[in-house]
Design a protein around this ligand. Structure first.
Ligand code: HEC
Ligand code: HEC
Length: 433
């Protein structure tokens, strides 16, 4: 990230009004949009849904579940696209509950690794159970919680978290919150419900689920898009070409779902694409103990869950361990031996008439990166337009806080600019359609 981007981010964080405004915006927007879609006659279920989303928002932002002071938004930050990264972390005060392991003696050992948190944005997760805290853990990046409605339904049930098995019990998004409280909110490592934290109630789980499902994109894109930018257009073609980029095999429509050879949607799947086999991962270079992350299941099968890509560029660094910093770097990963020798890479090579997994030249990497930047910018613009539309309604809540409302829109547009700027001059303009 360039200096200018960091400055822009800082400016954004300093604007407390923005966070305050989210309080107002989401609940009312949720109810308001439901009112709009239901055309005057407001059925009770819609109102209840709006209320549920509004309460879910409040819980996500403020509820500590009688734990160590963290909330869901401690890591899934509203003002940072519902995730955190090292640059963002560097703007937080030392007493932020994110850093609880640094100031609470009960959580100093085996709860977080403060160095890996600050330098690489990694969070400690005991995905395979709490029975050997010293040795059994993984260090994972924080995924954004946008577009979840499109990205968690797999053929064998819901797939949540980087390995697809992040939620306890039925594995659903609803249950995920219970797992998050036990993992991240506890006051001591005993993790006794009722003592170290309280478990979410059924209503709270419903509300958190409704709120999270309301965030971001509600539908898949329909690719190809008619793009103006020549670089992004070439990138899109490569992305969709099942004999070249092969990206859409697993990321259909740049989302989180796989396709079979007939173009039929297979849902959200797990693959071993070899991220753990990358040599010199940033986490390993620190010399800190980071056990191999074995992915899905206990013990794991090495597979990780496919994330959506529309929201990827402005939620980096990338992959389950933040191994790669830039979107072009993430695209170039697919050229690596780590990918091409992975289970998924070898399957692609077996299906290829020339026995090639994925092999893009330097220009093609930039083109696919440009495409991913452009679709992320278009999504930011879509969100700002949606907000503008909400704001232009008569009796709109936006009139109560016009400055904050504008700030929110500027935040989205800033994101769009940031996303495009990072790609260099070649992709800095011509967003279409
Ligand atoms: C200390 C940081 C932290 C806190 C607090 C936190 N999360 Fe997370 N969240 C993470 C990390 C790290 C992951 C990745 C976990 C994994 O791979 O299984 C994650 C993953 C998720 C996912 C999966 C997203 C996906 O695309 O599959 C959801 C949903 C989620 N969190 C919701 C919540 C909710 C709800 C709360 C509050 C009850 C919460 N989180 C609190 C760090 C946090
Ligand atoms: C075999 C399935 C598969 C193919 C093919 C594939 N991906 Fe992925 N992709 C995944 C999985 C699984 C992950 C998450 C892996 C992890 O973090 O361990 C991922 C993650 C990513 C990420 C990181 C997203 C984030 O939020 O951190 C990017 C970017 C990405 N893929 C781009 C691409 C591009 C570009 C191509 C084509 C050149 C491609 N993928 C081809 C399965 C695939």
């Amino acid at each position: 990230m360039g200096k200018r981007e960091v400055m822009r981010k800082k400016r954004r964080f300093q604007n407390n009004n923005l966070t305050k405004f989210f309080f107002i915006l989401f609940p009312i927007a949720a109810i308001f949009s439901l009112m709009l879609s239901s055309n005057q006659a407001l059925p009770t279920p819609a109102l209840e849904e709006g209320e549920l989303i509004a309460n879910g928002f409040n819980i996500f932002l403020n509820e500590t579940f009688d734990g160590n002071g963290r909330t869901c938004a401690t890591c899934h930050r509203l003002e940072n696209n519902f995730t955190i990264d090292p640059e963002f972390i560097s703007t937080l005060p030392d007493d932020d509950p994110l850093f609880v392991a640094e100031f609470d003696p009960n959580l100093q050992k085996n709860f977080e690794n403060p160095r890996l948190m600050r330098e690489l944005g990694l969070i400690l997760e005991n995905v395979d159970g709490f029975d050997d805290l010293e040795n059994k853990f993984t260090m994972r990046s924080v995924p954004h919680t946008l577009a979840l409605r499109t990205s968690i339904a797999g053929p064998d049930g819901p797939r949540t978290g980087w390995s697809g098995d992040g939620a306890p019990g039925d594995g659903s998004l609803r249950s995920f919150a219970t797992g998050a409280v036990i993992q991240h909110f506890t006051k001591t490592l005993n993790r006794v419900p009722g003592v170290d934290f309280r478990l979410p109630t059924d209503y709270e789980l419903d509300a958190l689920e409704a709120f999270q499902l309301a965030l971001g994109r509600q539908e898949e894109l329909s690719l190809p898009l008619p793009l103006k930018d020549a670089v992004a257009t070439r990138g899109q073609k490569i992305f969709l070409d099942n004999s070249l980029g092969k990206c859409a095999v697993c990321h259909a429509n740049a989302g989180a779902n796989a396709n079979n050879s007939d173009g039929q949607n297979l849902g959200n799947l797990n693959f071993n694409i070899g991220i753990e086999d990358l040599p010199d991962k940033p986490q390993d270079l620190t010399g800190e103990l980071v056990p191999l992350d074995d992915g899905f299941g206990t013990p794991g099968n090495g597979a990780f869950n496919t994330p959506p890509l529309v929201e990827a560029e402005d939620t980096g660094p990338f992959f389950h361990n933040n191994a790669i910093d830039t979107i072009e770097g993430a695209v170039a990963f697919y050229n690596s031996n780590a990918f091409n020798n992975s289970r998924a890479g070898m399957i692609l090579a077996n299906l290829d008439p020339n026995g090639v997994g994925i092999q893009l030249d330097a220009d093609q990497v930039v083109e696919v990166g440009g495409f991913l930047r452009v679709i992320n910018a278009l999504e930011n613009i879509r969100q700002s337009i949606q907000l503008l539309e909400l704001g232009s309604q008569k009796e709109s809540f936006a009139l109560q806080a016009p400055k904050d409302f504008l700030n929110l829109i500027i935040h989205e547009i800033d994101d769009a600019i940031m996303v495009l700027e990072g790609g260099g001059a070649r992709t800095s303009g011509g967003v279409g359609p």
